[in-house]
Ligand binder design. Structure first.
Ligand SMILES: [Zn+2]
Length: 516
């Protein structure tokens, strides 16, 4: 498609008779290459027209709901060319700021960055798709992430957590990676909308930063490109730069498999499953329903869609699943109509194995049932299931015996108990769900058995607690709370080496700090 410099010299104030397509893109090109009279770009005219018309029609439908704009881009994964780019639903619509270029505007990404945290965690060996993640209330430096629907699931697989877009597991994973990992990835990927210093913290993975649609879509294109990110090419007469490796091919493949799952909660309610094109995709909704996103890819194309208001106003109906995803699928239906796409094939580092269906870890002798899970031969965890543990019992008294206990006078028996991680067990119990309790330990052994250390949930180790002036001290008590394995009956609290009090696991104790 060819654009003349004159096209965007002066913004016309009325629709002209000649074809006026891709105005935002043309403006961008002219601004970038002001000296050149002719620029041969990568935009596919037919696709551009299809996208502009689609967005105009769809936005007209939802205007009554106070939703006035949309933007969309399409990247060809094989040539890395930008083949369509729509900046707004109507360039001449002054009332709704139609001249704003929506695919370059910095906006909150909602949940659309989550797949990249899971990708980093896969690469670091923290998870596999079936590996458990904790979905229970947590507190980070005074920050407590909540799920979209304010509920928790206790224990879920990493795959399910990403597909359901749960907030707590995503924040937990980012914390485990080191809070800056996502920021570092986006900097490496060349995101231009981030501030120079990372002040985002863990909420970044929930959309607590700004990105633009084009750069976000190109990050997804790296998942389609075996983990390699190419600069987006916009000119036919310019060669492309070499790629940047963001992920290994195995990581990109597994994340793609997770995002390709069809039956998901973020599927638009209006959609019929039978006509859904095969796409790896994710939706996002920013805080306050201000931005609706859906980004998806197949081996041939990566498509990004944003719906919202340039004024920044939120609307109850603005959700990625309901507003952006239907547009994404409509675009893929159009793209697929003239190409046949064979799906991604697994690289050699991706294999399948049987894992414990409860923990997702490699099975021990007593794990049942089992399930099949993908893993990476070069980095996935090999830890044997920590949930299904065998304990030695004294059938005569019912007491539990220490490991390796032997006495000629006593008959012993082994029994398997399901032991959840302490925080999960405490949450399940507090929510009335059955948790297997270990029988008490043989009385004469109770004091010397080294058990699993309790986990202090509050106060947080990486948070400085300060007494604020002007607020009565009794309102500034610090909560002491710890989770422990369910064989623990009593917890003893020491402050600076001095005994302070005792609680049961999950119970709270309050400490009034003194100035100084
Ligand atoms: Zn197990």
């Amino acid at each position: 498609m060819e654009y003349r410099e004159a096209l965007a010299e002066k913004i016309p104030d009325a629709r002209r008779d000649w074809p006026f397509r891709g105005p935002h893109f043309s403006q961008e090109m002219v601004a970038r290459y002001p000296q050149e009279a002719r620029i041969y770009t990568t935009i596919n005219a037919d696709l551009q027209i299809f996208l502009e018309d689609l967005l105009a029609v769809e936005v007209a439908k939802v205007k009554a709901e106070g939703i006035t704009n949309a933007a969309a881009v399409v990247i060809d994964n094989q040539t890395h060319q930008l083949v369509a780019a729509v900046g707004s639903a109507g360039f001449f619509n002054h009332q709704d700021q139609g001249q704003v270029n929506g695919y370059l505007a910095p906006r909150s990404p909602g949940s659309t960055l989550k797949p990249f945290v899971y990708a980093l965690a896969l690469e670091r060996g923290l998870i596999t798709p079936a590996h458990y993640v904790e979905d229970v209330p947590v507190l980070f430096s005074g920050y407590s992430p909540e799920n979209y629907d304010s509920t928790y699931s206790g224990l879920v697989s990493a795959q399910e957590a990403l597909q359901r877009s749960l907030n707590v597991p995503a924040v937990n994973l980012l914390a485990a990676l080191g809070g800056e990992a996502l920021y570092e990835l986006l900097k490496k990927a060349g995101f231009t909308t981030l501030t120079p210093v990372n002040h985002y913290g863990l909420s970044m993975v929930l959309g607590g930063c700004e990105v633009n649609l084009l750069e976000l879509t190109n990050l997804y294109a790296a998942l389609a490109g075996s983990g390699k990110k190419y600069p987006v090419q916009t000119r036919l007469d310019r060669g492309n730069s070499p790629p940047l490796t963001l992920f290994s091919p195995g990581v990109a493949y597994i994340i793609t498999e997770i995002l390709t799952e069809v039956r998901r909660p973020d599927l638009p309610t209006c959609w019929e499953f039978t006509t859904l094109p095969k796409v790896a995709w994710k939706t996002g909704t920013s805080y306050g329903h201000k931005d609706a996103w859906s980004i998806g890819y197949n081996p041939r194309y990566t498509v990004g869609v944003w719906v919202g208001n340039f004024s920044g106003e939120g609307r109850a109906g603005l959700s990625g699943a309901e507003m952006a995803a239907p547009l994404l699928f409509a675009i893929f239906a159009q793209l697929n109509s003239d190409t046949t796409v064979s799906w991604f094939t697994p690289p050699v580092t991706v294999k399948k194995r049987a894992v414990c269906a409860v923990s997702g870890q490699t099975p021990g002798l007593f794990c049942t049932p089992l399930r099949t899970d993908y893993y990476l031969t070069d980095c996935s965890p090999e830890v044997e299931c920590t949930f299904h543990q065998t304990y030695l019992l004294d059938p005569a008294t019912g007491y539990r015996l220490p490991p390796h206990y032997y006495s000629a006078a006593r008959v012993t028996a082994e029994q398997v108990y399901l032991q959840y991680p302490p925080r999960v067990a405490a949450w399940l119990e507090a929510n009335g769900q059955p948790v297997e309790t270990l029988p008490p330990l043989l009385p004469e052994w109770q004091k010397i058995l080294p058990g699993g250390a309790p986990v202090v949930r509050s106060p947080s180790a990486d948070y400085i607690y300060q007494i604020r002036r002007g607020i009565p001290l009794e309102y500034q008590k610090i909560c002491l709370e710890a989770a422990a394995g369910n064989d623990v009956r009593q917890l003893y609290w020491f402050i600076d080496g001095e005994f302070y009090g005792q609680t049961k696991p999950g119970e709270r104790l309050f400490y009034l700090p003194e100035p100084g």
